[in-house]
Design a protein around this ligand. Structure first.
Ligand code: NOJ
Length: 938
């Protein structure tokens, strides 16, 4: 057991380091390779006669087995590079560029971590005749997509219906710094701007004022990628910034630094900034009317992205537009510290096509246990077993549902993960079982830094197995983190992956049960006594790779190993739940993420929306922000507004720093507690919708919460909008993020019908309408044309509601039509993979409502369908129903026809808002697993 004084000493030391490096960070400048690539771009842009020195040697182009390859040469130093282009079965295109004869292999293992498999090549493309010096191919289902490779200067154009959509090396910023030894360390053109061309380059910004020894000189790669005709690009999380990316080299509201992708622990991060945060996904999407395009820059080293927009005359822009007004095109410039160029290009008519292709490449989000989408209660820290019991009991006493109680680092024995402080938590198994008896779960935190203590079994085993990250000298790296002196498991080592995953076995993680799940924190990794609070770049990983090559993979690899641990601990396996702070391309396969240490203030509440929307469209849909704000004490109004916003975000967890006052929802008294209770209950009533959307994300790649441009792709007015969004395609949400605000303007796109979610009042688009939003109300609207499944009866936690009946809310559009779906399974196991799930389609049209199965699996063999065959749709609410039926008859396959009781309500007129006719069918008793149709007779 740790003695208290020692713990305090470490805490104070840790705080000292954090404060010291936080202060230092504020003076950080761009990394040397960032300045160098930017300077190269400046030089190229400033010189009208500049031509990229890279060209494809004409007769080097070979087309074999679907791979188009060639040899690129840099005319300034005659260095050669291998160029490869693959047209992939998933519809995307991949381009790889690597040194032909590198001094030593460059890091090319990102694909092995990030992609689900080596993507398959298609032979379904045609070479098309082109002029000399250009090689062209057509591809895609309709063969309307073209790639034109210009040999000299090297440039690649992607065209859809002959319109350029993405251009690579458009501005000639391709810059591939070759590795070199001491003797051959000559300057490449890009390096002429560097203060030093020696092998040991001062890497200001990533190593503070310390020398970052780069043994083989600078080895950065840079490339520009343009999106002609696209005014908006999105993605490249994680930044506390807007959804539509801002310019970074001049322009309105521009940033002066590029967007940085380098996983870092940033406490109380700056808002409206391109500063790097905890996770990195180098995926960018561009969208315009009728077309979307995207790229994935597959590189895990420190990466920066410049964004510039240029105005072009519409008449001149490839004949795309016929009016004379100018529009923007967007150009981006990407540069990474090391590795190779490995870029994927996605083209589609809509963003949904791209989400699907991207999901096929990097994996769809894994379906979590059902409790994952419920409400989670966390704090640093719940003090002891008694505290846990009291908090748990508090939720019941105050009639507030919740599913999971979380324990932060103080529950351990001196920050030795997989252990318990037995003075405070003498019987962890009983504690978990008490929660489980009520249908609830527990999560404990497990961090990747391992206390250097020979008596700590995890440290000892990892030491004996030689699984720690090393210094370049070969000795084990040590640094400071929560436990004091620590070492870090090298999760890029396959042995470490296997060994770590075994730590979650019940006989190894003593005191753990099936009701215990995991929280992975500090995995950027966070190191308190190192520059930028992370690992030095010259540390050595498995295979001899430097940390600089794979920095952004570290937290991902850790998340992966932990997830595997939870899968392995039971036979048959159950679905894991592991929350991670750091993330990378493909993290969606392992579990949700959250946005780290935010602050209890209105602007952090506001920024959570664009942050989560951005993460969602970048392939990682299951994410959330600490409700209430991690640090600082929210006033009750802010807390209520935060719960209201959080209830409409995918991962919904209240969390608070240890220095904050307690803030369990009942501590604020009424009306605040009631408002929080109401919105948490509303979340529980909508869990069937959230789960259905998670299922959809796990099969199609569609984000769960969707930016306006995804749902209304043809409405240019919404392309920049990021203060309102959709849950799926059906709920329009506008969180209130300003103090004292009691009304807000909501934009309703299209000439569509919307209905107030709470009052059913009808609203017609298309414009901004001021909507009342007193403190007990978040503006939420049902979009006409949608059907959502709900449960009206709310119980203490989600597992208690599995056999409860459903309500369908049908919001009719102007054609009196609506559709929706419902996905259900046991919420725990992998049995759904065998077909044991229920997936229904609801369709209202031509005066009939039908429920049909979206699963081809036979109900008689479907164990889950049998389990819930007593579950019914007990209530159907139809909004905007202008017919007054005399009778409503249900036709069921299993039963003979029967008549349904109903009630017609008409809402009073409100100024500026139309009334809505509502028909309510109660006690309908229609099976959720069987097909049926309801007919409305005049
Ligand atoms: C940092 C995390 O971001 C925060 O959520 C957590 O409470 C602390 N580490 C302590 O574990």
């Amino acid at each position: 057991m740790e003695n208290v004084q020692l713990t305090n000493f470490f805490s104070n030391t840790v705080n000292f380091f954090k404060a010291f490096f936080e202060t230092k960070r504020r003076f950080q400048t761009q990394s040397s390779f960032c300045r160098l690539n930017r300077a190269y771009a400046d030089k190229a842009s400033a010189n009208p006669s500049f031509v990229s020195p890279y060209s494809l040697i004409n007769d080097s182009i070979i087309i074999k087995d679907g791979i188009i390859s060639g040899c690129l040469i840099n005319s300034e130093n005659n260095l050669e590079f291998i160029f490869e282009l693959y047209i992939l079965e998933i519809g995307a295109v991949r381009i790889r560029i690597n040194e032909k004869n590198p001094l030593k292999p460059r890091y090319d293992k990102v694909k092995d971590w990030a992609l689900v498999q080596d993507p398959l090549i298609t032979l379904e493309y045609n070479q098309i005749p082109s002029k000399a010096g250009v090689t062209s191919f057509s591809f895609g289902k309709e063969k309307n997509q073209t790639i034109s490779i210009y040999h000299s200067p090297f440039r690649v154009e992607f065209l859809v219906d002959d319109i350029p959509t993405i251009i690579l090396n458009d501005r000639g910023f391709l810059n591939f710094e070759h590795l070199r030894d001491e003797e051959s360390n000559t300057e490449s053109p890009s390096e002429t701007n560097q203060s030093s061309s020696k092998n040991s380059v001062q890497n200001v910004g990533t190593s503070g004022d310390k020398l970052d020894p780069k043994l083989n000189g600078p080895g950065s790669i840079g490339l520009d990628i343009s999106f002609p005709g696209y005014s908006h690009v999105y993605g490249i999380p994680q930044h506390a910034s807007s959804l539509s990316l801002k310019e970074t080299r001049g322009g309105t509201g521009a940033y002066s630094d590029p967007y940085r992708l380098y996983n870092l622990d940033i406490f109380g991060y700056a808002i409206d900034s391109p500063q790097a945060l905890y996770g990195s996904i180098p995926f960018m999407m561009a969208h315009r009317k009728g077309a979307s395009a995207a790229i994935l820059w597959l590189n895990a080293s420190e990466t920066w992205v410049d964004v510039t927009k240029c105005r072009e005359n519409k008449n001149n822009l490839f004949g795309l537009f016929n009016s004379g007004k100018s529009i923007n095109s967007t150009s981006t410039h990407w540069f990474s510290e090391s590795g190779i160029v490995d870029v994927f290009f996605f083209l589609g008519k809509s963003s949904s096509e791209i989400f699907h292709q991207y999901g096929l490449l990097t994996g769809f989000t894994s379906l979590p246990q059902y409790f994952g989408i419920s409400y989670h209660q966390c704090r640093w820290n719940y003090l002891d077993q008694k505290d846990v019991a009291e908090v748990d009991e508090g939720f019941d006493r105050h009639d507030i549902p919740y599913d999971v109680l979380w324990l932060d680092i103080e529950h351990t024995d001196g920050k030795r993960y997989f252990t318990w402080d037995i003075d405070k938590f003498p019987d962890p198994e009983k504690m978990q079982k008490d929660l489980m008896n009520k249908g609830r779960k527990m999560v404990t935190i497990i961090d990747p830094h391992i206390k250097r203590d020979e008596d700590y079994y995890v440290y000892k085993e990892a030491s004996d197995l030689d699984l720690f990250v090393k210094k370049s000298s070969g000795s084990v790296y040590d640094g400071i983190c929560w436990p004091g002196s620590s070492s870090w498991i090298d999760f890029t080592n396959p042995l470490a992956q296997e060994w770590w995953s075994k730590k979650f076995a019940f006989d190894q993680y003593k005191g753990s049960t099936e009701g215990l799940f995991t929280w992975n924190d500090m995995n950027e990794p966070s190191v308190f006594d190192s520059p930028e609070l992370t690992m030095p770049k010259d540390l050595i990983h498995h295979g001899g790779w430097e940390h600089r090559d794979l920095h952004n993979i570290y937290g991902f690899a850790y998340h992966k190993a932990s997830t595997q641990g939870l899968i392995n601990r039971t036979e048959p396996p159950r679905r894991p739940f592991v929350l991670s702070r750091a993330f990378f391309v493909g993290s969606q396969r392992y579990g949700p993420i959250w946005t780290g240490d935010n602050v209890a203030s209105w602007d952090y509440l506001a920024i959570s929306t664009p942050m989560l929307l951005t993460i969602g469209i970048s392939g990682l849909p299951f994410s959330g922000a600490d409700v209430g704000g991690f640090s600082g004490d929210p006033k009750p109004e802010l807390l209520v507004r935060w719960y209201q916003a959080g209830a409409f975000q995918p991962f919904f967890r209240g969390h608070a720093d240890r220095k904050t006052k307690r803030r369990e929802p009942w501590l604020f008294g009424d009306p605040y507690t009631s408002y929080i209770r109401d919105i948490i209950k509303e979340r529980y009533s909508l869990l069937p919708l959230w789960y259905t959307l998670l299922y959809e994300a796990s099969t199609t790649g569609m984000p769960i919460i969707r930016p306006m441009f995804v749902v209304c792709p043809d409405d240019e007015k919404v392309y920049e909008m990021d203060d309102q969004f959709f849950v799926g395609n059906s709920l329009l949400v506008k969180p209130i993020v300003e103090e004292g605000q009691t009304s807000t303007e909501v934009y309703f796109s299209g000439n569509e019908i919307y209905y107030d979610y709470f009052t059913f009042e009808q609203i017609r688009g298309s414009n901004k309408i001021r909507i009342k939003a007193p403190l007990n109300k978040i503006p939420v609207f049902l979009r006409g044309g949608s059907i959502i499944p709900k449960r009206q009866k709310i119980r203490n936690c989600s597992s208690a509601m599995h056999l409860d009946p459903f309500t369908l809310v049908i919001a009719l559009n102007e054609n009196n039509e609506a559709t929706g779906s419902l996905y259900l399974d046991d919420g725990e196991t992998y049995d759904y993979e065998k077909g044991y799930f229920v997936h229904r389609q609801f369709e209202f049209s031509a005066g009939k409502l039908a429920s049909t199965s979206l699963s081809s699996f036979d109900n008689d063999k479907n164990i889950y369908a049998k389990l819930i065959n007593s579950v019914h749709v007990e209530q159907i609410i139809i909004l905007g129903f202008d017919m007054k039926p005399s009778r409503i008859i249900a036709h069921c396959t299993a039963d003979s026809d029967f008549e349904l009781q109903f009630d017609l309500k008409c809402f009073g007129t409100l100024s500026g808002i139309n009334t809505s006719d509502v028909l309510v069918i109660k006690g309908s008793n229609l099976s959720i697993t069987e097909d049926w149709t309801i007919e409305f007779l005049k």
